[in-house]
Design a protein around this ligand. Sequence first.
Ligand SMILES: [Zn+2]
Length: 94
Amino acid sequence: MVFKCAVVNCRNTSKEAILHSFPKDPELFNMWVEAIQRKDITMSRRVTSKVCDLHFSDKMKFATNRNRTNIRANAFPDLRLPGNNYMHIHTYSV
Ligand SMILES: [Zn+2]
């Protein structure tokens, strides 16, 4: 089954990118939902909702073997996001 990234305007699927599942922890789950502005995603859709690797900065990741990385247990999306988060980053880079 091919999954699509849940971030609005991102077209990555599990064919071309690494997709990460939403966390089980309800508090962290809500942080993800807030970060990507997808309040329609609820716990019941956790299994089929995923966010691609592009939305996690290096500080959210750790190195596994064979030069691969995975996201930390407490990681949340913080890159290339819609709305305020994106504007915030954009403003600071000017
Ligand atoms: Zn994405």
